[in-house]
Design a protein around this ligand. Sequence first.
Ligand code: SF4
Length: 485
Amino acid sequence: MVSVAFLNPLSDKAEQIVRDIGDLSKIYDKNSDLIHAVDTSKSQSMSDNQNIPENYVELAIKRMEWYIKKKNDKNYNYKDYAFLFNREITRFDVVAFFILAQAIGIKFNSNSRESKLFVDLQGNIIEERLEELSISERRDVCQKILDELILQDNVKWTFLEEILSSKKISLHELILDKGEIILDKEDFLERFSDKISHRNPERMYELLIGDPVKELIMIKMIMQKTEDYVKKVNEMSQKVEPHPYLLEVGEKISKILSENIKYYTTSHGGMKGFKLNSEAFPPCIKLTLNGVESGNRNDAIVLLLTSFLSYARLYPSIFRDNVSVKISDVDPELKITQNEILPLIYDAAQRCNPPLFDDDPQEKLNITAKLGFGVHELPEIKNEGESKWYTPMSCDKIKIHLPALCKPDKTCKKIGNPLSYYKSKSWQLNKQGDNKEKSSKDKDKNNVDKSKSDQDNVNKVINPSPDKSVKNTKEADTLNGSDFN
Ligand code: SF4
């Protein structure tokens, strides 16, 4: 039977495991039981010893490595990490989870990409572990976890408010009746059987709710609890001196993440800085750069322009690549940010009516915060991760919050975000540029070919054919008395 701790490391069962093992001084000790569990995992590749974690810390790092590779590496091989999906690993995995959660909570804040990646990893590992179970095991363990997570029978949708507002789940994925979330089959049949005609109500339950919705809620609730736990550790770490081993693991995680994200994004062509092409800016950005009247001014500069210019200059493919990046991944010394991006934003801010910083100097700090460097006067590496690097808001949101700036043109019809506009228009302009260059090259080539062909024609007139020319030369030579035969 599969333990709930295999899927939910924050369950009572898992906490018991940690209490039984819980001695941080042993987390670097070689653990033969762990090695045996890894060795005997079905499909586990044993070709490289580096794949085999020998202690809790190595297992924790392998968890991170697995997720980064799975997300980014085209050559990712499930067999290198098959041990993560072996239920026999549960008691080691639970400890590895807590090592990671605490190391991340101590070193990074809850908005950091490290924390987000860890929460996503947890959701993903549960999904994959579910795939390894039989249908009955899957159903059984999911129900047990939900019973533990949702202690009441009738769950109001507000119970999931935190998950809904963090967009881990959306209301349209749930079936509600009188504000209550319907998960249980009996409950569904009782409430809706007499309202469903021409269809089998049980079949309708399977279609609308069934196992998928229950699993979705279970996974998202565990992700939310993981996020809350990391946040709690972060708050605690301000008051209590962290264990040096956990600080060490935090450093390792930071190093692994930066190296891997740089490797997968830079060397695989995803992330490079791109010179800005103002011709490709969408109408809303062009208007903002010219300065905005009070009313729309603060949001236009702080929310729209700051995120647009920073991503357009540093990482225009962010929506396509869907990775978690920091500005320093692309601009390690922040030179581009300080010398190119900020001056453009500050100039536009001063062009507003009244000038933004004269009126509201605090907004300079908010611009720094939107770039991911917390509420400070200027971006500095030491503060990076205190806030999130915001992506530009969608056209729909701009139409609602900044309607005066949205003056759509032809390109706007095809896109949903100003950054997508910029990518699409830059591509069009580059293509036009290439075509122009090609046609001017073709023109030059034609001119060369034409002058060559004119020359050939002239030659043809002088020498109608090479043979004739030889003959003529011979004739000429003969005439000149050069042929002595
Ligand atoms: S449709 Fe979008 S990109 Fe175009 S002007 Fe409006 S907000 Fe800007």
